[in-house]
Design a protein around this ligand. Structure first.
Ligand code: ATP
Ligand code: MG
Length: 419
Protein backbone atom coordinates (compact mmCIF):
# COMPACT_ATOMS: atom_id res chain seq x y z
CA UNK A 1 0.00 0.00 0.00
CA UNK A 2 1.33 3.41 -0.88
CA UNK A 3 1.40 5.70 2.12
CA UNK A 4 1.30 9.44 2.57
CA UNK A 5 4.78 11.00 2.75
CA UNK A 6 6.14 11.37 6.26
CA UNK A 7 5.42 14.74 7.84
CA UNK A 8 2.43 15.50 5.62
CA UNK A 9 -1.27 15.02 6.27
CA UNK A 10 -4.57 14.59 4.53
CA UNK A 11 -7.13 17.07 5.72
CA UNK A 12 -10.25 14.96 5.52
CA UNK A 13 -13.72 16.26 4.56
CA UNK A 14 -14.87 16.01 8.19
CA UNK A 15 -11.98 18.23 9.32
CA UNK A 16 -11.53 20.67 6.48
CA UNK A 17 -14.20 23.03 7.84
CA UNK A 18 -11.74 24.01 10.58
CA UNK A 19 -9.21 25.10 7.99
CA UNK A 20 -11.86 26.99 6.08
CA UNK A 21 -13.01 28.86 9.17
CA UNK A 22 -9.45 29.78 10.08
CA UNK A 23 -8.50 30.78 6.57
CA UNK A 24 -11.61 32.95 6.17
CA UNK A 25 -10.95 34.65 9.48
CA UNK A 26 -7.29 35.30 8.65
CA UNK A 27 -8.26 36.78 5.31
CA UNK A 28 -10.90 38.96 6.91
CA UNK A 29 -8.61 40.33 9.60
CA UNK A 30 -5.76 40.98 7.17
CA UNK A 31 -8.18 42.82 4.89
CA UNK A 32 -9.34 44.96 7.81
CA UNK A 33 -5.74 46.08 8.26
CA UNK A 34 -5.69 46.76 4.51
CA UNK A 35 -3.30 43.94 3.62
CA UNK A 36 -3.97 42.19 0.32
CA UNK A 37 -3.11 38.75 -0.89
CA UNK A 38 0.02 38.12 -2.93
CA UNK A 39 0.32 34.62 -4.37
CA UNK A 40 3.74 33.41 -5.44
CA UNK A 41 4.75 30.10 -7.04
CA UNK A 42 5.22 26.97 -4.99
CA UNK A 43 8.79 26.64 -6.24
CA UNK A 44 11.46 29.24 -6.86
CA UNK A 45 15.08 29.35 -7.98
CA UNK A 46 17.15 27.79 -5.19
CA UNK A 47 19.40 30.83 -5.19
CA UNK A 48 16.54 33.00 -3.92
CA UNK A 49 16.51 31.14 -0.62
CA UNK A 50 20.27 30.67 -0.46
CA UNK A 51 20.71 34.41 -0.68
CA UNK A 52 17.45 35.63 0.82
CA UNK A 53 17.19 33.34 3.82
CA UNK A 54 20.89 32.89 4.28
CA UNK A 55 23.46 30.14 4.38
CA UNK A 56 23.74 30.03 8.15
CA UNK A 57 20.10 29.05 8.70
CA UNK A 58 18.67 25.59 9.31
CA UNK A 59 16.28 26.16 6.45
CA UNK A 60 19.02 26.52 3.85
CA UNK A 61 21.48 24.13 5.45
CA UNK A 62 19.24 21.19 6.15
CA UNK A 63 15.62 21.63 5.30
CA UNK A 64 15.11 22.53 1.66
CA UNK A 65 13.41 20.31 -0.90
CA UNK A 66 15.70 21.10 -3.78
CA UNK A 67 15.56 19.47 -7.20
CA UNK A 68 16.88 19.96 -10.67
CA UNK A 69 14.22 20.59 -13.28
CA UNK A 70 14.39 19.14 -16.77
CA UNK A 71 16.24 22.23 -17.97
CA UNK A 72 18.99 21.66 -15.44
CA UNK A 73 18.00 24.57 -13.18
CA UNK A 74 18.09 24.16 -9.44
CA UNK A 75 14.65 24.73 -7.97
CA UNK A 76 13.39 24.61 -4.39
CA UNK A 77 9.92 24.07 -2.97
CA UNK A 78 9.14 27.23 -1.04
CA UNK A 79 10.26 26.81 2.61
CA UNK A 80 9.17 30.27 3.81
CA UNK A 81 7.22 33.26 2.56
CA UNK A 82 9.34 36.37 2.94
CA UNK A 83 12.02 35.78 0.30
CA UNK A 84 9.43 35.05 -2.44
CA UNK A 85 7.49 38.18 -1.50
CA UNK A 86 10.72 40.19 -1.68
CA UNK A 87 11.50 38.67 -5.07
CA UNK A 88 8.05 39.56 -6.33
CA UNK A 89 8.29 43.08 -4.91
CA UNK A 90 11.56 43.65 -6.76
CA UNK A 91 10.46 42.02 -9.98
CA UNK A 92 7.18 43.96 -10.09
CA UNK A 93 8.93 47.21 -9.10
CA UNK A 94 6.51 47.74 -6.26
CA UNK A 95 8.61 50.61 -4.92
CA UNK A 96 6.96 52.69 -7.68
CA UNK A 97 3.42 51.70 -6.71
CA UNK A 98 1.33 54.68 -5.60
CA UNK A 99 0.17 52.81 -2.51
CA UNK A 100 2.96 52.83 0.03
CA UNK A 101 3.92 50.94 2.07
CA UNK A 102 3.10 47.76 0.18
CA UNK A 103 1.02 45.64 2.54
CA UNK A 104 0.50 42.03 1.56
CA UNK A 105 -0.45 38.71 3.08
CA UNK A 106 0.06 35.16 1.93
CA UNK A 107 -1.38 31.82 2.90
CA UNK A 108 0.53 29.05 1.23
CA UNK A 109 1.96 25.61 1.81
CA UNK A 110 5.61 25.58 2.85
CA UNK A 111 8.01 22.67 2.61
CA UNK A 112 10.82 21.85 5.00
CA UNK A 113 12.63 18.58 5.43
CA UNK A 114 12.30 18.38 9.21
CA UNK A 115 12.39 15.71 11.84
CA UNK A 116 8.81 14.65 12.49
CA UNK A 117 7.54 16.00 15.80
CA UNK A 118 4.27 17.29 17.20
CA UNK A 119 3.70 20.67 15.56
CA UNK A 120 6.41 20.09 12.97
CA UNK A 121 5.45 19.01 9.50
CA UNK A 122 7.26 18.68 6.21
CA UNK A 123 4.40 20.38 4.44
CA UNK A 124 2.56 23.00 6.46
CA UNK A 125 0.44 26.03 5.69
CA UNK A 126 1.86 29.35 6.65
CA UNK A 127 -0.11 32.54 6.84
CA UNK A 128 2.03 35.63 6.92
CA UNK A 129 2.03 39.35 6.28
CA UNK A 130 4.66 41.78 5.01
CA UNK A 131 4.67 45.57 5.03
CA UNK A 132 7.42 46.88 2.80
CA UNK A 133 8.43 50.46 2.13
CA UNK A 134 8.13 52.29 5.45
CA UNK A 135 10.56 52.21 8.30
CA UNK A 136 8.59 53.45 11.24
CA UNK A 137 7.90 51.99 14.67
CA UNK A 138 4.18 52.47 14.06
CA UNK A 139 4.22 49.94 11.23
CA UNK A 140 5.91 47.46 13.55
CA UNK A 141 3.15 48.08 16.05
CA UNK A 142 0.48 47.64 13.37
CA UNK A 143 1.91 44.25 12.45
CA UNK A 144 2.15 43.18 16.08
CA UNK A 145 -1.38 44.32 16.83
CA UNK A 146 -2.72 42.38 13.85
CA UNK A 147 -0.85 39.32 15.07
CA UNK A 148 -2.39 39.52 18.54
CA UNK A 149 -5.80 40.33 17.10
CA UNK A 150 -5.66 37.15 15.00
CA UNK A 151 -4.94 34.82 17.91
CA UNK A 152 -7.31 36.57 20.28
CA UNK A 153 -10.11 36.47 17.71
CA UNK A 154 -10.20 32.69 18.12
CA UNK A 155 -10.61 33.05 21.87
CA UNK A 156 -7.07 32.01 22.79
CA UNK A 157 -5.99 33.22 26.22
CA UNK A 158 -2.64 31.61 27.00
CA UNK A 159 -0.57 33.80 24.75
CA UNK A 160 2.80 35.28 25.49
CA UNK A 161 4.41 37.81 23.20
CA UNK A 162 8.19 38.20 23.38
CA UNK A 163 9.93 41.06 21.66
CA UNK A 164 13.47 42.26 21.23
CA UNK A 165 15.45 44.69 19.14
CA UNK A 166 18.43 43.56 17.13
CA UNK A 167 19.15 47.16 16.26
CA UNK A 168 20.33 48.58 12.98
CA UNK A 169 23.27 47.38 10.95
CA UNK A 170 25.89 49.21 13.05
CA UNK A 171 24.48 48.05 16.37
CA UNK A 172 24.27 44.53 15.11
CA UNK A 173 27.85 44.61 13.92
CA UNK A 174 29.13 45.84 17.28
CA UNK A 175 27.14 43.15 19.03
CA UNK A 176 28.37 40.38 16.74
CA UNK A 177 31.97 41.44 17.44
CA UNK A 178 31.33 41.22 21.17
CA UNK A 179 29.79 37.78 20.77
CA UNK A 180 32.78 36.51 18.82
CA UNK A 181 35.04 37.74 21.60
CA UNK A 182 32.80 36.08 24.18
CA UNK A 183 32.44 32.67 22.53
CA UNK A 184 35.61 32.23 20.46
CA UNK A 185 37.94 31.06 23.24
CA UNK A 186 35.61 28.21 24.20
CA UNK A 187 33.79 27.54 20.93
CA UNK A 188 34.98 23.91 20.90
CA UNK A 189 32.54 23.24 23.76
CA UNK A 190 29.65 23.97 21.37
CA UNK A 191 27.87 21.93 18.73
CA UNK A 192 29.23 21.84 15.18
CA UNK A 193 26.47 24.20 13.99
CA UNK A 194 27.57 26.81 16.52
CA UNK A 195 31.19 26.36 15.49
CA UNK A 196 30.11 27.44 12.02
CA UNK A 197 27.86 30.17 13.31
CA UNK A 198 30.72 31.92 15.08
CA UNK A 199 32.05 32.79 11.62
CA UNK A 200 28.82 33.20 9.67
CA UNK A 201 26.28 34.62 12.11
CA UNK A 202 27.38 34.63 15.78
CA UNK A 203 23.99 35.85 17.02
CA UNK A 204 22.45 32.57 16.01
CA UNK A 205 24.44 30.79 18.71
CA UNK A 206 21.98 32.33 21.16
CA UNK A 207 19.18 30.61 19.24
CA UNK A 208 20.82 27.16 19.42
CA UNK A 209 18.51 24.43 20.65
CA UNK A 210 21.34 22.08 21.65
CA UNK A 211 23.54 24.47 23.61
CA UNK A 212 20.90 26.67 25.19
CA UNK A 213 21.93 25.74 28.76
CA UNK A 214 25.63 26.41 28.27
CA UNK A 215 26.90 28.95 30.80
CA UNK A 216 28.36 31.13 28.04
CA UNK A 217 24.90 31.45 26.52
CA UNK A 218 23.39 32.19 29.90
CA UNK A 219 25.87 35.02 30.56
CA UNK A 220 26.34 36.24 26.99
CA UNK A 221 26.53 39.99 26.38
CA UNK A 222 23.08 41.56 26.11
CA UNK A 223 22.18 43.15 22.79
CA UNK A 224 20.40 46.08 24.34
CA UNK A 225 23.74 47.43 25.57
CA UNK A 226 25.02 47.56 22.00
CA UNK A 227 22.12 49.41 20.45
CA UNK A 228 23.02 52.89 19.23
CA UNK A 229 20.79 55.85 20.09
CA UNK A 230 18.57 55.57 17.01
CA UNK A 231 18.01 51.87 17.53
CA UNK A 232 17.21 52.40 21.18
CA UNK A 233 14.75 55.17 20.39
CA UNK A 234 13.08 52.98 17.76
CA UNK A 235 12.68 50.15 20.25
CA UNK A 236 11.37 52.45 22.98
CA UNK A 237 8.68 53.80 20.66
CA UNK A 238 7.55 50.31 19.70
CA UNK A 239 7.27 49.35 23.37
CA UNK A 240 5.46 52.55 24.33
CA UNK A 241 2.90 52.19 21.57
CA UNK A 242 2.27 48.54 22.38
CA UNK A 243 1.55 49.51 25.97
CA UNK A 244 -0.64 52.36 24.78
CA UNK A 245 -2.91 49.99 22.85
CA UNK A 246 -2.96 47.42 25.63
CA UNK A 247 -0.77 44.69 24.19
CA UNK A 248 1.17 42.76 26.82
CA UNK A 249 4.69 41.72 25.97
CA UNK A 250 7.91 40.70 27.57
CA UNK A 251 11.36 41.70 26.36
CA UNK A 252 13.63 38.72 25.70
CA UNK A 253 17.18 39.89 24.97
CA UNK A 254 18.15 36.47 23.64
CA UNK A 255 15.46 36.48 20.99
CA UNK A 256 17.37 36.80 17.73
CA UNK A 257 15.32 34.66 15.32
CA UNK A 258 16.66 32.25 12.77
CA UNK A 259 16.91 34.36 9.66
CA UNK A 260 19.98 36.36 8.79
CA UNK A 261 18.36 39.57 7.61
CA UNK A 262 16.49 40.74 10.67
CA UNK A 263 17.10 44.20 12.12
CA UNK A 264 15.34 46.24 14.81
CA UNK A 265 12.14 44.60 16.01
CA UNK A 266 12.09 40.81 16.39
CA UNK A 267 9.26 38.90 18.03
CA UNK A 268 7.78 35.55 18.79
CA UNK A 269 4.40 34.53 20.06
CA UNK A 270 4.28 31.50 22.34
CA UNK A 271 1.44 29.52 23.82
CA UNK A 272 1.74 28.77 27.50
CA UNK A 273 -1.30 26.53 27.50
CA UNK A 274 -0.84 23.25 29.32
CA UNK A 275 -0.64 20.20 27.12
CA UNK A 276 0.79 21.96 24.14
CA UNK A 277 3.79 19.69 23.77
CA UNK A 278 7.43 20.57 23.35
CA UNK A 279 7.03 23.18 20.65
CA UNK A 280 5.24 26.24 21.88
CA UNK A 281 6.08 28.85 19.28
CA UNK A 282 2.99 29.91 17.41
CA UNK A 283 4.42 32.64 15.28
CA UNK A 284 7.61 34.50 14.60
CA UNK A 285 8.61 37.57 12.72
CA UNK A 286 10.50 40.79 12.63
CA UNK A 287 11.86 43.68 10.68
CA UNK A 288 14.28 43.15 7.84
CA UNK A 289 16.17 46.14 6.63
CA UNK A 290 18.68 44.56 4.31
CA UNK A 291 16.73 41.85 2.54
CA UNK A 292 15.72 43.69 -0.61
CA UNK A 293 19.18 45.05 -1.23
CA UNK A 294 20.59 41.60 -0.64
CA UNK A 295 18.43 40.44 -3.55
CA UNK A 296 19.61 43.32 -5.76
CA UNK A 297 16.45 45.29 -5.04
CA UNK A 298 15.86 48.88 -3.92
CA UNK A 299 16.85 50.18 -0.52
CA UNK A 300 13.43 49.55 1.03
CA UNK A 301 12.74 47.96 4.36
CA UNK A 302 10.04 45.68 5.62
CA UNK A 303 8.47 43.88 8.52
CA UNK A 304 6.35 40.77 8.70
CA UNK A 305 5.44 37.58 10.49
CA UNK A 306 4.73 33.97 9.64
CA UNK A 307 2.53 31.52 11.48
CA UNK A 308 1.37 28.04 10.66
CA UNK A 309 -2.24 27.03 10.72
CA UNK A 310 -1.14 23.64 12.07
CA UNK A 311 0.20 25.22 15.26
CA UNK A 312 -2.81 27.49 15.60
CA UNK A 313 -4.99 24.37 15.53
CA UNK A 314 -2.79 22.79 18.22
CA UNK A 315 -3.22 25.89 20.37
CA UNK A 316 -6.99 25.76 19.96
CA UNK A 317 -6.98 22.12 20.94
CA UNK A 318 -4.76 22.78 23.96
CA UNK A 319 -7.19 25.42 25.19
CA UNK A 320 -10.24 23.30 24.42
CA UNK A 321 -11.61 25.77 21.88
CA UNK A 322 -13.94 24.24 19.31
CA UNK A 323 -14.69 25.78 15.95
CA UNK A 324 -18.33 25.70 14.89
CA UNK A 325 -19.22 22.84 12.59
CA UNK A 326 -20.83 24.14 9.42
CA UNK A 327 -24.59 23.78 9.24
CA UNK A 328 -25.96 20.71 7.54
CA UNK A 329 -27.96 20.60 4.31
CA UNK A 330 -31.30 22.38 3.94
CA UNK A 331 -33.26 19.43 2.62
CA UNK A 332 -32.96 15.66 2.41
CA UNK A 333 -35.15 13.87 -0.09
CA UNK A 334 -36.21 10.32 0.76
CA UNK A 335 -37.61 8.15 -1.98
CA UNK A 336 -39.87 5.10 -1.71
CA UNK A 337 -39.70 3.50 -5.16
CA UNK A 338 -37.93 3.59 -8.54
CA UNK A 339 -40.28 6.15 -9.99
CA UNK A 340 -39.79 8.68 -7.20
CA UNK A 341 -36.07 7.92 -7.12
CA UNK A 342 -35.81 8.82 -10.79
CA UNK A 343 -37.77 12.02 -10.37
CA UNK A 344 -35.96 13.10 -7.22
CA UNK A 345 -32.83 13.88 -9.21
CA UNK A 346 -34.69 16.48 -11.25
CA UNK A 347 -36.13 18.05 -8.12
CA UNK A 348 -32.68 18.17 -6.50
CA UNK A 349 -31.24 19.83 -9.57
CA UNK A 350 -33.90 22.50 -9.44
CA UNK A 351 -33.44 23.12 -5.71
CA UNK A 352 -29.66 23.32 -5.91
CA UNK A 353 -29.65 25.73 -8.82
CA UNK A 354 -31.88 27.97 -6.69
CA UNK A 355 -29.29 27.91 -3.93
CA UNK A 356 -30.85 25.33 -1.64
CA UNK A 357 -28.49 22.66 -0.42
CA UNK A 358 -30.07 19.28 -0.84
CA UNK A 359 -29.19 15.63 -1.07
CA UNK A 360 -30.73 12.21 -1.40
CA UNK A 361 -29.86 8.55 -1.00
CA UNK A 362 -28.28 7.15 -4.15
CA UNK A 363 -28.17 3.66 -2.72
CA UNK A 364 -31.97 3.37 -2.52
CA UNK A 365 -31.90 2.01 1.01
CA UNK A 366 -34.96 1.43 3.16
CA UNK A 367 -36.78 4.49 4.45
CA UNK A 368 -35.44 4.03 7.98
CA UNK A 369 -31.85 4.01 6.71
CA UNK A 370 -32.58 7.13 4.64
CA UNK A 371 -33.91 8.94 7.69
CA UNK A 372 -30.75 8.02 9.57
CA UNK A 373 -28.70 9.33 6.68
CA UNK A 374 -30.67 12.60 6.79
CA UNK A 375 -29.79 12.88 10.47
CA UNK A 376 -26.11 12.26 9.81
CA UNK A 377 -26.13 14.95 7.15
CA UNK A 378 -27.85 17.22 9.67
CA UNK A 379 -30.65 18.05 7.24
CA UNK A 380 -32.92 20.84 8.41
CA UNK A 381 -35.92 19.47 6.51
CA UNK A 382 -36.86 16.10 5.10
CA UNK A 383 -39.46 15.09 2.54
CA UNK A 384 -40.53 11.60 1.50
CA UNK A 385 -41.41 11.09 -2.16
CA UNK A 386 -43.63 8.24 -3.32
CA UNK A 387 -46.36 7.54 -5.81
CA UNK A 388 -48.91 9.44 -3.76
CA UNK A 389 -46.83 12.59 -3.55
CA UNK A 390 -46.36 12.74 -7.28
CA UNK A 391 -50.05 12.21 -7.89
CA UNK A 392 -51.15 14.94 -5.50
CA UNK A 393 -48.20 17.23 -6.19
CA UNK A 394 -47.87 17.83 -2.44
CA UNK A 395 -45.40 16.63 0.23
CA UNK A 396 -45.09 16.63 3.99
CA UNK A 397 -42.15 18.89 4.79
CA UNK A 398 -40.72 17.80 8.11
CA UNK A 399 -38.69 20.19 10.23
CA UNK A 400 -36.05 17.97 11.81
CA UNK A 401 -35.40 20.35 14.67
CA UNK A 402 -38.88 20.39 16.19
CA UNK A 403 -40.53 17.48 14.35
CA UNK A 404 -43.31 19.71 12.98
CA UNK A 405 -44.62 18.90 9.54
CA UNK A 406 -46.31 21.04 6.98
CA UNK A 407 -48.12 20.06 3.83
CA UNK A 408 -46.70 22.04 0.91
CA UNK A 409 -46.91 21.97 -2.85
CA UNK A 410 -43.83 20.44 -4.50
CA UNK A 411 -43.71 23.41 -6.90
CA UNK A 412 -43.50 25.76 -3.94
CA UNK A 413 -40.75 23.92 -2.05
CA UNK A 414 -38.11 26.37 -3.21
CA UNK A 415 -40.12 29.37 -2.20
CA UNK A 416 -40.90 27.80 1.15
CA UNK A 417 -37.32 26.81 1.92
CA UNK A 418 -35.98 30.17 0.84
CA UNK A 419 -38.10 31.77 3.54
P1 ATP B 1 11.21 26.49 14.86
O1 ATP B 1 12.18 27.11 15.80
O2 ATP B 1 10.00 25.92 15.52
O3 ATP B 1 11.85 25.54 13.90
P2 ATP B 1 11.34 28.46 12.83
O4 ATP B 1 12.24 29.50 13.32
O5 ATP B 1 11.86 27.48 11.85
O6 ATP B 1 10.62 27.70 14.02
P3 ATP B 1 9.88 30.28 11.21
O7 ATP B 1 10.71 29.99 10.03
O8 ATP B 1 9.99 31.57 11.88
O9 ATP B 1 10.01 29.11 12.27
O10 ATP B 1 8.35 30.03 10.82
C1 ATP B 1 7.31 30.79 11.35
C2 ATP B 1 6.22 29.94 11.90
O11 ATP B 1 5.91 28.87 11.02
C3 ATP B 1 6.58 29.21 13.19
O12 ATP B 1 6.42 30.05 14.28
C4 ATP B 1 5.57 28.11 13.19
O13 ATP B 1 4.27 28.59 13.53
C5 ATP B 1 5.52 27.73 11.77
N1 ATP B 1 6.38 26.59 11.41
C6 ATP B 1 7.69 26.59 11.14
N2 ATP B 1 8.12 25.37 10.81
C7 ATP B 1 7.02 24.56 10.88
C8 ATP B 1 6.79 23.18 10.63
N3 ATP B 1 7.78 22.38 10.23
N4 ATP B 1 5.54 22.68 10.80
C9 ATP B 1 4.53 23.49 11.17
N5 ATP B 1 4.67 24.79 11.41
C10 ATP B 1 5.91 25.34 11.27
MG1 MG C 1 12.59 25.52 12.01
Amino acid sequence: MIQIPRGTQDILPGESYKWQIIEDQLREIATNYNYHELRTPIFEATELFERGVGGSTDIVNKEMYTFEDKGGRSMTLRPEGTAPIARSYIENKMQHDVNQPIKVFYKEPMFRYERRQKGRYRQFVQFGVEAIGAENPLIDVEVLSMLMHIYQSFGLKNLKLYINSIGDHDSRKAYNDALVEHFKPRIDEFCSDCQNRIDTNPMRILDCKKDRDHELIQNAPVIYNFLNDESKAYFETVKEKLTEIGIDYEVDYNLVRGLDYYTHTAFELMSNAEGFGAITTLCGGGRYNGLLELLDGPKETGIGFGMSIERLLLALEAEGIKLDKPKGIDLYVCTLDDQSFNKAGTLLHELRTKGISADMDYKQRKLKAQMKDADRKRAQYVIVLGEQEFESGRVELKNMENGETQNVQIDELVKYLED
